[in-house]
Design a protein around this ligand. Structure first.
Ligand SMILES: [Cu+2]
Length: 239
């Protein structure tokens, strides 16, 4: 019993240390409503996984210390029959956790991301080796930079001309395949004004290995206020 208590205390200590460490925020700039949803899901999964991982570590450390060989073993250990209740509890708890995360944050998060099918602004994005073509059909403009108004719901219609690419804006935490002959869609509501100069996470980056120039397949993203966006459209039109 005392041995189990030692293992349980080790588990509790490792869990406490892990939960404390998990509070450190290592996530990059989050500049969209969707980014907040994804980050919340990430943090929840991290917190749920800490006690599970701590349990594995505690059993490992306990077993290494408790059952270590003292000197040369002279004979084989006794055969083990039956495993007690621990594996069943382990199976039950981790299965329950797995089912739980399917619903939260899984289905709940997806529903939140897809709740609103309307968009204030449509941006067409076409990937080709090795650059992005960015078009604003509402304004009949094609540009090399993604410019978005803050607080407006934007729909990206994504496609590719040659091979598979992947549309990814790290600061928005959205990623979707760019597939030749197909249009994929993703919604974003930027919440923070900023540009690539402020944070390199504000860029449209290809995230599907597509050849030699894959790493260079990036376009800057700039989020501006409503006035700034209108002025940018007017400048583009007058050109
Ligand atoms: Cu690529």
């Amino acid at each position: 019993m005392r041995r189990h208590l030692a293992a349980a205390l080790l588990w509790a200590a490792l869990t406490a240390a892990g939960l404390w460490a998990a509070r450190v925020d290592l996530l990059p700039l989050a500049a969209a409503r969707e980014a907040a949803i994804i980050d919340e899901a990430f943090r929840l999964l991290l917190r749920l996984s800490v006690p599970v991982f701590a349990f594995v570590l505690a059993v490992l450390i306990y077993s290494l210390v408790r059952f270590r060989v003292r000197g040369e073993p002279r004979e084989e250990g006794p055969p083990l029959f039956g495993r007690g209740i621990v594996p069943w509890v382990w199976l039950g708890v981790t299965s329950a956790l797995a089912v739980y995360v399917i619903f939260n944050p899984g289905l709940r998060g997806l529903a939140e991301l897809r709740a609103n099918p309307t968009a204030d602004l449509v941006v067409q994005v076409e990937g080709s080796r090795w650059q992005w073509k960015i078009s604003y059909p509402q304004y009949d403009m094609t540009v090399r930079e993604v410019v978005l108004p803050v607080g407006r719901r934007v729909r990206f219609d994504v496609t590719a001309t040659d091979v598979l690419h992947s549309f990814w804006i790290p600061a928005f935490r959205v990623k979707i395949d760019a597939v030749p002959g197909m249009t994929t869609r993703v919604f974003v509501t930027p919440t923070v004004a900023g540009s690539y100069e402020d944070s390199y996470h504000l860029r449209l980056q290809c995230a599907e290995l597509c050849g030699l120039g894959h790493n260079l397949m990036a376009s800057p993203v700039r989020v501006v206020d409503a006035g700034g966006f209108e002025a940018w459209v007017a400048r583009g039109k007058s050109r």
